[in-house]
Ligand binder design. Structure first.
Ligand SMILES: NC(=O)c1ccc[n+]([C@@H]2O[C@H](COP(=O)([O-])OP(=O)(O)OC[C@H]3O[C@@H](n4cnc5c(N)ncnc54)[C@H](OP(=O)(O)O)[C@@H]3O)[C@@H](O)[C@H]2O)c1
Length: 441
């Protein structure tokens, strides 16, 4: 990754250097006032130009004629390198009045061969610019794409639950795990969208063992219902991927009177994981993968006002709090499950083109529209975005890193606030009380 970053920076420098060289016209500009060359500026200009390019291939004059009209002209007279002579037309300008020469290739050129030559030169420059730009774009895209999960492990006979599996990262994660032969349980709140996604995954992977189940993480009732049905009907649970999320939505309270972002992103997954733990333990070695975000940086768990009932609501502040909670939950879960055969990981998937920004786009529709094109270049695709989730879910031998945080398919350090074990324990206790759990691990 570091190598890739360095390559990218080098490429950008090369691109800047080459594009400056090939796009900047090699034109010497001489000022002419009332038909007479302005000596002071032109001598300095000519020397500067000669120093920079070695040779000037075009000379352009601009200024006012004696009649008061602005004239600008270019000559494509070529001065071979090392020949210090002024072009002949310049000498003429000294002796006579203002000299107007036709633009080369502009229809008025007196020499057709010269026009063709300059056109060929332009095409060469454009081709070189296009080539260099394409290479830079390819390197940039590779860098943005980040790490790829190269593990080809099969999951036949294994069961995976993924929350928020009908769209974005969750859908691509489901597709990959289905391709590996797993039984994939897509836990979604909108069953119509879920069935559409499941059918697409069944068709594209040839795995008919992809099922949907209703789960609304904004409702503790729905979560308990899901867990009960799952525990009653499924034989095993090898991987639980807590992926669903909402970002920066307007302030809303759930039916349990929780603020929505903390409810869906953290409390819902906290309750779900605890309820499914018996199955995870009986299927061990098993894993819990918590999709957090780099947005945990600068986040703070405000135990005095978790749901913004006293302080003004901040959509970003709330998202950060919930994503920090994901990391602290994952860490504390790993500590509590140490030696049980159940491992827990948290991760940042990258910045991905998904529906996650729907609320932000709603506030600034024009900005969303303007950012559509750059986002094609600068954001990961959902497939690229699901690679770290897959890495944490399937890479063999990752158990000893239980509790750790990952990004771009590699272990990374969280922000200091993500390493606070005292806050992690307190959050566990507060969450247990809020969701009404009696026994946790
Ligand atoms: N995209 C990014 O750049 C990015 C960056 C960092 C972290 N992440 C994290 O990645 C995860 C996946 O996000 P994404 O980018 O794939 O976003 P997405 O395309 O919006 O997908 C989010 C999924 O979560 C589901 N969901 C939302 N509320 C739910 C609820 N109450 N109950 C059950 N499911 C619910 C959505 O279902 P509906 O379709 O029914 O709404 C959808 O399937 C999130 O945890 C997010 O915080 C994303």
């Amino acid at each position: 990754m570091v190598l890739c970053q360095r390559m990218l920076i080098c490429c950008l420098f090369v691109w800047l250097f080459i594009t400056t060289k090939i796009t900047k016209e090699n034109v010497l500009k001489i000022k002419v006032r009332n038909g007479v060359e302005d000596d002071r500026s032109s001598t300095a200009e000519r020397w500067h130009h000669r120093w920079r390019y070695g040779v000037y291939s075009k000379v352009q004059t601009s200024g006012y004629t004696q009649e008061g009209h602005l004239k600008s002209c270019t000559t494509s007279e070529t001065v071979p390198e090392g020949v210090p002579d002024e072009p002949s037309w310049m000498k003429a300008a000294h002796s006579g009045g203002f000299l107007v020469l036709p633009w080369p290739g502009g229809g008025g050129s007196s020499d057709p061969a010269q026009g063709e030559e300059s056109q060929g030169c332009l095409m060469l420059r454009s081709g070189a610019l296009l080539g260099v730009t394409l290479i830079c774009v390819a390197v940039l895209r590779k860098w943005i794409a980040g790490g790829v999960c190269r593990c080809s492990v099969r999951l036949d006979g294994r069961t995976v639950v993924i929350t928020g599996a009908n769209a974005g990262i969750g859908k691509e994660t489901s597709r990959d795990l289905a391709r590996r032969g797993a039984r994939v349980v897509m836990a979604c709140r909108d069953l119509t969208r879920a069935e559409r996604a499941a059918e697409e995954i069944r068709r594209s992977t040839g795995n008919g063992n992809v099922v949907i189940r209703h789960l609304d993480l904004a409702s503790t009732y729905s979560i308990r219902q899901f867990a009960k049905d799952f525990l009653d009907s499924e034989e095993r649970l090898d991987i639980l991927i807590n992926n669903a999320g909402v970002m920066m939505c307007p302030k809303q309270l759930t039916e349990d009177n929780f603020e929505t972002q903390l409810a869906v992103n953290h409390l819902g997954h906290f309750l779900l994981t605890n309820l499914l733990l018996p199955k995870l333990k009986s299927s061990s070695p098993s894993r819990v993968v918590n999709v957090s975000s780099i947005a945990h940086r600068g986040g703070r768990i405000d135990f005095d006002d978790l749901f913004f009932s006293r302080r003004p609501y901040g959509a970003l502040e709330s998202y950060r709090q919930s994503k920090l909670a994901n990391i602290l939950f994952s860490r504390e879960l790993a500590r509590r499950l140490s030696g049980s055969g159940v491992s827990s990981f948290s991760l940042h998937p990258g910045v991905i083109r998904t529906e996650l920004g729907r609320h932000v786009e709603g506030w600034f529709p024009l900005v969303g529209l303007l950012l559509k094109l750059p986002s094609l270049l600068l954001m990961k695709t959902p497939w690229e975005g699901c690679q770290t989730s897959l890495y944490c879910a399937v890479t063999p031998g990752l158990e000893e890193l239980s509790g750790c945080y990952f990004s771009d398919c590699a272990e990374k350090e969280t922000a200091p606030e993500g390493q606070d074990d005292v806050v992690a324990r307190k959050l566990w206790e507060v969450s247990t009380r809020l969701v009404g759990l009696k026994n946790t691990c």
